[in-house]
Design a protein around this ligand. Structure first.
Ligand SMILES: [Zn+2]
Ligand SMILES: [Zn+2]
Length: 136
């Protein structure tokens, strides 16, 4: 739902902005509206690509494990919820209840991408933000 909403806002708001600017006599006298329109379309496209890659990329989920038979000892570096072995990744691992797994270098769970922003997709996430604000 949020993904659709994000796209709806991005396209409608910017489409509106472009439409008004093209109608504005001052703007069209001083700037080339066709170049501006093309620029906005390209920026929306770039935002879309990084958004898509951010959703599809693996944020750095640790492999889940079977529930161990014995109780997890206090000092053991095993996640209490998904039983992933965190011993090589502590303390930069967080469990995300929405993704149902432990994510390496988790930043936050982003509702706009239905994904965690972690070590592996931080780049796409930042690109997405960058292009989105460039469009605005
Ligand atoms: Zn976990
Ligand atoms: Zn998550």
């Amino acid at each position: 739902m949020h993904v659709t909403l994000a796209w709806f806002l991005l396209i409608v708001v910017n489409g509106h902005g472009v439409w008004f600017l093209r109608k504005d006599p001052y703007f069209s006298e001083n700037y080339n509206t066709d170049i501006y329109t093309a620029l906005v379309v390209v920026l929306i496209g770039l935002a879309g690509i990084s958004h898509y890659r951010c959703i599809k990329a693996d944020p750095g989920l640790l492999p889940k494990k079977e529930k161990p038979k014995k109780k997890i000892a206090k000092g053991e570096k095993t996640c209490e919820r998904c039983f992933a072995d965190r011993s090589n990744f502590e303390p930069r691992v967080h469990h995300c209840s929405l993704c149902g797994g432990c994510v390496f270098k988790m930043s936050h769970h982003c509702m706009w991408t239905y994904n965690c922003v972690g070590y592996y997709n931080k780049k796409y996430y930042l690109l997405f933000l960058f292009w989105t604000f460039a469009v605005i």
